[in-house]
Design a protein around this ligand. Sequence first.
Ligand code: COA
Length: 330
Amino acid sequence: MKRARIISTGRYVPEKIVTNDEMTRLVPTSNEWIRERTGILQRHFVDREIGVSDLGYEAAKIALQRAALKPSDIDFIIFATLSPDYMFPGSGCPLQALLGVPGIGALDVRTQCTGFVYGLAVANAFIAAGQYKRILLVGAEVHSTGLEFTERGRHIAVLFGDGAGAAVIEASENGRGVLSTHLHADGRHVKDLWAENPGSRRIPRMYPGILEDGSCYPQMNGREVFKHAVTKFPEVIMEALKANDLSLDDVKLVIPHQANLRISEAVTQRLGLPPEKVFNNIQRYGNTTAASIPIALDEALEMGKIQEGDLVVLASFGSGFTWASAAIRW
Ligand code: COA
């Protein structure tokens, strides 16, 4: 049986660091408020006009180099983002042009925080079906250009950061790789975490006042998100383990989407996992949405936290609501 195996990863974040103290110059907030409620100490913001495809390209170059591959060795591109370079086309296309591989397919995944796990599920299905042998999966976001730096937007502006992560995925037949993926959504919660405009259901789509009414900025019902996240994360992690007849004792590392350190801590506690089994780096990056899992995975690998044969569980929850997990035999 063919499975998708992540053979290499890469990450890239813009150079500019915005500490919580620096954030106080952008919105009325404090280092204490941000740290206590989210665990975030700093995030990276772009400092010039640069797209998610550019960030994704930098991460992809590192992942390809580590796998000793050229862009032409890739059969297909999957790009997960909620902040694409353009309204259309998706960011997979500009990334493909940057890589210089015209002709291969490029698919954008629009499931926000769960984009990397959904993308991994798509890659796994293509590989299991024999359609592609080697897929480049990228998760990238430029949030900073779309946040509302006012008192109205401060509860969201302090959470998010820019960055990209990439993975080269190959067909494997030796039992290593993705064991299973589990994808969920509940569209009743669309409005609990969303950016309404410009949306195609409004006539006309663009209108004067779109900035003043705030509908082009992300809107979030933070408490609702928190409440569902601390339930769905444990549920979907256990679902991945049960599907493979495994238990929490078998897990080497859980890599959760970096939504909020308090969410990760609550999930760790609910599952009764030792803290060292749950990877957290939101302190240094903020919430980078589709990029958070591949950035975390890349760091965990660099730190030697994952070895061949280890069981790794990726898990995510976010806008949609969507939630998802993947069990991986490394
Ligand atoms: N700095 C300082 N004060 C702030 C602030 C900021 N950045 N943002 C909001 N506040 C204030 C509010 O105005 C409010 O003041 P009031 O009590 O005088 O009215 C107070 O802090 C509490 O605001 P509230 O929005 O109710 O905070 P909260 O306790 O729900 O915490 C979050 C806000 C965002 C930290 C929390 O809801 C959360 O973590 N939710 C999950 C978010 C998440 O993970 N999203 C990404 C999912 S992928």
